[in-house]
Write a protein that binds this ligand. Structure first.
Ligand SMILES: [Zn+2]
Ligand SMILES: [Zn+2]
Length: 501
């Protein structure tokens, strides 16, 4: 039985514990927002003792000492609890700092944890019924199919019929065309995903692309298009194995497409059309088509830089899970790799020399860099990003599937940004006023890969000085180093106004 006096002290102890816990909780939310980014730091609050709970802290600390001496039965357990809370709090604070680079500027930006689901995020849930499904491989497939479909407009649908809705296959071909060449995708956006839990899945995508149409009369015309693609697949179909991920073959058995008789495979004898075994194209809807490249020299105002970072709620935990699988993975080494890629990107872009960025980017992103660089070359001008530096990096999302780990960060950077003609005339932008911007960068690495990121420019396979050809292979050992088998490569760049999480 506790005496009346003991109960009084126990009550006081519990009240002070509650206050201490509240003070501790307040430390995790400087500036009022839930932030993994280390956004605005009003100096003192991130150090012990200061902040909102500071005044109460002093009094409570004295009370705690008093309780330990006068009423150890209450005071000592309380002291232990407070110590545990302090340790946990320190760990959380440490964790938060570890997921962001030095927060010196862009202080107004906070993070926003995404609750609603975006189409790309929804699609990822397909892994529950199709464990081999990988967003990275799906996007590779879409690029491959898109290029094949545009070529089919000239050379005929033929065996590609296995991947097309029958009426679409009939309407696609343009008899005036001899060929469609140089198909490069500049952007891929998710519009919607539906059908999870039903018999048929549907994904709608928007693609921005550029290609050259070669007519039978010899005329060549370059087009800039925005297309909507509707893809469909049976919910019971399974993703193809990794070894077949980068070719269009029989959706069922993998026999070469030449084996197709319409939508029936001459090899496995299966009816393979209608999305029974793989994604098929249900609709191709052209949104815009202009006989030119995109505008290169207009001053576009930066939008969205001040908006909060869209952070997936599970990102910090998933990053920790990645670290458990690969103890060499640290935020420091990862952002070091990103900084390396960032610098290479500025040089490659400004010099219009795509090979300089090749070691750091996936095939698809490299294709889209080529698209832009070709446009600048054709227009005889260059976009220069001078004095570029990273201001801050926020962790936004982490996904892992059977084949790839992917880390999306929001990268804040600043640089002079201007476009000059080849004869040195300033066409747009400013050579003296830096421009601050932010983008979402997604980095991927093969999920089997472990170990530290390379900060140097040596081949991760043979150790020679890294010189990579257009296909992403080391010039010495010929091993491909840009599909994420060895190190993190940049696979997507999305602007603030198009990133949806
Ligand atoms: Zn087959
Ligand atoms: Zn090599």
């Amino acid at each position: 039985m506790l005496s009346r006096q003991h109960r009084k002290w126990l009550l006081l102890g519990l009240v002070s514990l509650a206050l201490l816990l509240l003070a501790a909780a307040a430390f995790g939310r400087p500036g009022g927002g839930h932030s993994y980014s280390g956004g605005s730091r009003s100096s003192g609050s991130s150090h012990s003792g200061g902040g909102g709970g500071g005044g109460d802290g002093g009094f409570l600390f004295e009370l705690l000492i008093f309780l330990c001496i006068e009423h150890p039965a209450v005071g000592i357990p309380l002291l232990l609890l407070v110590v545990v809370v302090m340790i946990v709090r320190a760990a959380i604070q440490h964790g938060m700092k570890a997921w962001s680079t030095t927060p010196t500027e862009v202080s107004a930006v906070t993070t926003r944890v995404r609750e609603t689901s975006a189409p790309r995020k929804e699609l990822e849930r397909l892994r529950q019924s199709d464990p081999d499904f990988s967003l990275v491989l799906f996007e590779d497939f879409v690029y491959m199919m898109y290029a094949a479909v545009h070529r089919a407009r000239a050379i005929g649908v033929g065996p590609l019929a296995a991947y097309l809705e029958p009426s679409l296959a009939g309407a696609l071909v343009d008899p005036s065309l001899q060929d469609v060449q140089g198909i490069v995708i500049g952007a891929l956006r998710y519009v919607s995903f539906s059908g999870l839990g039903t018999a048929s899945l549907q994904v709608e995508l928007e693609i921005e692309a550029n290609f050259v149409e070669l007519a039978h009369n010899g005329e060549q015309r370059r087009f800039y298009v925005v297309d909507r693609l509707l893809l469909s697949r049976s919910a019971t179909a399974k993703s193809r194995p990794f070894s077949r991920a980068h070719k269009l073959d029989c959706p069922n058995c993998g026999a070469p497409l030449e084996q197709m008789r319409g939508t029936q495979c001459g090899y496995c004898r299966q009816e393979v059309g209608f999305g029974r075994f793989d994604w098929m194209l249900l609709g191709l809807d052209n949104q815009s088509r202009e006989p030119r490249g995109p505008l290169l020299t207009s001053d576009v105002t930066e939008t969205g830089t001040e908006s909060p970072t869209i952070v997936d709620a599970s990102a910090p935990q998933r990053f920790q899970e990645l670290q458990q699988r690969d103890p060499d993975l640290s935020w420091q080494s990862l952002t070091g790799r990103m900084a390396h890629g960032f610098s290479a990107l500025q040089v490659a872009w400004s010099d219009r020399d795509p090979l300089k960025i090749r070691p750091f980017v996936s095939d698809n992103l490299f294709q889209s860099m080529l698209y832009w660089i070709d446009l600048y070359l054709a227009a005889r001008c260059r976009n220069v990003t001078e004095n570029a530096r990273i201001v801050r990096i926020d962790l936004a999302n982490v996904t892992s599937d059977k084949h790839y780990d992917a880390i999306t960060v929001r990268l804040f950077a600043s640089s002079f940004d201007y476009t000059i003609s080849d004869d040195g005339k300033l066409l747009s932008g400013s050579r003296s006023r830096p421009r601050t911007y932010s983008e979402y960068w997604t980095w991927i690495r093969g999920s089997a890969r472990k170990g530290p990121s390379r900060g140097d420019l040596a081949c991760p396979n043979c150790g020679a000085e890294l010189r990579v050809g257009m296909a992403g292979s080391c010039e010495y050992c010929r091993v491909k180093v840009t599909a994420g088998e060895f190190d993190w490569v940049l696979s997507r760049i999305e602007q603030d106004d198009s990133y949806t999480g």
